[in-house]
Design a binder for this molecule. Sequence first.
Ligand code: SF4
Ligand code: SF4
Length: 477
Amino acid sequence: MVQSASEQPEQGQEAVPHLLKPPGQILSTMESDGSRRWLKPKVSDGRYLRRRRIVAALLIFVFTLLPFLKYDGRPLLLLDIMNREFFVFGLRILPTDTAIMALGMVFVFLSIFWFTAVFGRVWCGWACPQTVYMEFVFRPIERWADGTWGKGGKAKGAAVPWRQVVKYGLYFVISFYLAHTFLAYFVGMDNLIKWVWRSTPFEHPWAFGIVTLVTIAMLFDFGFFREQLCIIACPYGRFQSVLLDRSSRVVSYDKARGEPRHKGRRKEMSPDLPIVGDCVDCRKCVTTCPTGIDIRDGLQLECINCAQCIDACDDVMEKIGRPQGLIHYSSQMEDEGQRFSLFRPRILIYPIVLLALVTGIVTLVMGRKSFDVAINRERGLPYQKVESDRIANTFTMHLVNRSRDDAVLTLVGVEPAEVDVKTTSDEIPIEGEKSVTAGLRAVAPASLFKDHWLPVKVTFRSDQGDERVISFRMAGP
Ligand code: SF4
Ligand code: SF4
């Protein structure tokens, strides 16, 4: 690199390599020297903010209320990992319901894909807990405590100490409360209330540990990490480029109408000035953005579709006497003058697959029996030779009573009939919604085995009249 005379090191001075200056802003949350640029977005009141406030209040209400709700004496939603059972809107799901869980997971993921293809990142800006709690709980507290902010995100005045104490105190109380609500989804509200009021943390150390960890994680997220979660950590945000298509709803700037941008109020412009666009370059759409981007640069991964820039710009347009909607909800196709259509292959195929999944889940749920039996080979010896030509295998059975009533299970059939199967006892009693473990021993003539294996089917019947046929394989020589 050729250095100009003014850049030459003076005699006796060590030459310092020049740092290349970035061509422009690389990341919305990074200063040119690489340090974090703290965002203090201004609130922009408008029709979208008012709607988002209502949605946020409803979601917070639902999140808080759900663990308290019961259906038929059971929690409406409980993910009891410790006892390996989930309650989802009246449905009790056990580890043996693998097909239902697998279809349910596929359903959730495909619904997200479909929803994103149609509505873009509306989830991020309107319903994601990160946005809801950040923008409508933690941010308002911060605005109250820190006051208004000047250019470049720097505070206009010195922080008031007592307000800072109140701010962080509130952060802690809210995070602590949210951590308890979060735990209630996994242990149930009844247990949580019992533990909080009638026991010490040492009696339930893991629950206390989870609350502590979640509280710390929330304080870190809402107090420090913030928009970085959406920009660099959230997998859903990372997948946007494949989930969106050119017809998806996105927040966009009408370049044709806005450019060339021109600082200053339009009504003050003289008629002999060159024709300019509607954008007055006030940067209100940038200073209100919670991820710090400039939507005028086009669709960006950082945009969470919160519509704050729409409200900010609509307000400016109203003041300068221009129509609202310079920034608006649109799609790339519409921006290019093409017609928006909901009837496109991607949008139509997803609902068909989703319908098939729902049908599959309903069929599986309706076809469930009142009990489950899982047969697993015992560890150690795969088979034993008994007498001269008979082979014995031993298994462990895990029997689950799904119904609320006590049940008695009996082995009523074996196929092939030459196999002699015995269980620990002829009748196996199981309490309502409980499970038991029992042994099973099968003895078969060696001549029945082919390639070391013999498939066997056993039929169990409950005293409630349900029957289940379970398959397993015997190992042989
Ligand atoms: S708020 Fe509207 S007028 Fe102001 S800079 Fe943004 S796009 Fe231009
Ligand atoms: S660009 Fe607009 S819609 Fe996107 S995150 Fe920023 S303020 Fe929200």
